[in-house]
Design a protein around this ligand. Structure first.
Ligand SMILES: [Fe+2]
Ligand SMILES: [Fe+2]
Length: 188
């Protein structure tokens, strides 16, 4: 199956705006993959599929995660906003039959990030911030950083996430802090 086939699969699962977002993330991921030397086809596929279960009910997501043998940490179990990334990777594995670990992880960690991310994982994490339709305060900084280097973009994206979560008094996943510390310590 190619990107167009996957586009057809997500179309009935997502509202118009999220479908457009998914296509834009896929395009942005292709652009960054070409710029930074990642697998372009995998970037396109992970991008189009990254939010595949974002509009799926919590019950159904729990079911998918269970079937895929995924166990949630206490923080993950309490943070339903993180579920779609986790259930999304489970869905594309068990329902769509995707067995490429890098694509599965790119979907799995597109919201939290994690320490030791692959090139593809970083590209999907960043593309979700910088896709064409994004217009939140701070998007220009992340876009500029993405033109400079993936590391600079990771720092901007992770700082944005951590600041936003703390500002809203929400929990911050350890994976997110690991990713942040890793890229900050490498810079020094
Ligand atoms: Fe997402
Ligand atoms: Fe997204």
């Amino acid at each position: 199956m190619n990107v167009k086939d996957y586009e057809k699969i997500i179309r009935p699962r997502l509202k118009d705006a999220r479908f457009e977002h998914s296509k834009n993330v896929s395009k942005e991921a292709v652009r960054l993959a070409k710029k930074y030397g990642a697998d372009v086809e995998k970037a396109a596929i992970a991008g189009i599929l990254h939010d595949i279960t974002k509009e799926t009910s919590e019950e159904e997501q729990l079911e998918i995660m269970k079937k895929a043998g995924i166990e949630l940490s206490p923080l993950e179990a309490n943070s339903t906003k993180l579920w779609h990334a986790i259930s999304g990777s489970g869905y594309i594995k068990i329902v769509l039959g995707i067995d490429d670990e890098d694509i599965l992880n790119a979907v799995r960690y597109h919201t939290t990030a994690r320490g030791g991310m692959s090139l593809l994982e970083k590209i999907i994490f960043i593309s979700d911030f910088t896709s064409a339709e994004r217009d939140y305060d701070g998007v220009d900084e992340i876009r500029k950083a993405a033109d400079k280097s993936l590391e600079a973009a990771m720092i901007e994206g992770l700082s944005f996430s951590i600041e936003d979560l703390a500002h809203r008094r929400l929990a911050i996943a350890k994976d997110t802090l690991d990713a942040y510390n890793e890229v900050i310590l490498k810079k020094k």
